[in-house]
Design a protein around this ligand. Structure first.
Ligand SMILES: [Mg+2]
Length: 244
């Protein structure tokens, strides 16, 4: 069984920390890293069309033909690409989306990226402590986040896992993750980190230079900085699974 070199590197770091009696933390972002949010956004757009069929009779037929892969970073871009050009409809759908996207109920529409759960279980069995570090906020999204992780087969709940959400909605993700990074130091050793935002990968690599830091090249916010030296890149977790 052949182990991809990045996975071997993570497992080596884990084994080394375990041998020294230190908790090997593997920081895992959720949105765009372990999870694909496109099905969540698509569902919300389709619900809007279903609920407003009388006012926008053509919209439902348009958006029910869309695939999750048609979702752009911005709703307006998704709609424009599908031929829906009216800025007033864009604004209305964006407001409908905003009221639903960041909630326990709708987070359940996400799908894990292929191979993500297998990879996290593989390193967890080897002694790693999966440390889910997300910009989702606990007041609105904790229950749905836990339910989805458990449903999708990720290790979550026991003492050798951690789940860290923001205490409020307003704090910017990067400020929050920067604060958490400081907090993590005394409680273990960050041996690996995975994120889809280049800026957050850079922060993690800078904070933990010896860690295996991996950028998930899925989707990210516009205007991202260049990736720092030493950050690896993958497109999907299946690249990290052992092959026969
Ligand atoms: Mg993310």
């Amino acid at each position: 069984m052949a182990m991809p070199h990045l996975t071997s590197a993570v497992l080596d770091h884990v084994a080394d920390a375990v041998a020294r009696g230190v908790s090997p933390l593997v920081v895992l972002d959720l949105d765009g890293t372990l999870y694909d949010n496109a099905p969540r956004t698509l569902r919300i757009i389709q619900e809007f069309a279903a609920a407003h069929g009388a006012r926008y009779p053509d919209l439902y037929e348009v958006v029910t033909t869309l695939a999750p892969s048609a979702m752009r970073y911005k709703i307006a871009d998704t709609l424009a690409a599908a031929g829906v050009d009216d800025p007033a409809i864009h604004r209305e759908i964006e407001a409908f989306w905003f009221a639903r996207f960041f909630t326990n109920e709708y987070v359940l529409y996400d799908l894990p990226l292929a191979g993500a759960a297998e990879f996290v279980n593989l390193i967890h069995r080897a002694g790693a402590v999966p440390t889910y570090l997300t910009g989702r906020d606990a007041p609105n999204m904790l229950q749905g986040t836990i339910a989805a992780l458990q449903r999708d087969g990720f290790p979550v709940g026991p003492m050798n896992t951690r789940t860290i959400l923001k205490h409020d909605f307003e704090t910017p993700d990067e400020d929050y993750k920067r604060a958490v990074v400081t907090h993590l130091r005394p409680s273990g050793e960050v041996v690996a980190a995975f994120d889809n935002e280049p800026g957050l990968c850079n922060l993690l690599k800078q904070s933990f230079p010896d860690s295996v830091t991996v950028w998930l090249d899925t989707s990210h916010a516009p205007g991202a900085p260049a990736l720092a030296e030493g950050v690896a890149r993958i497109r999907r977790f299946t690249e990290l699974l052992p092959t026969d």
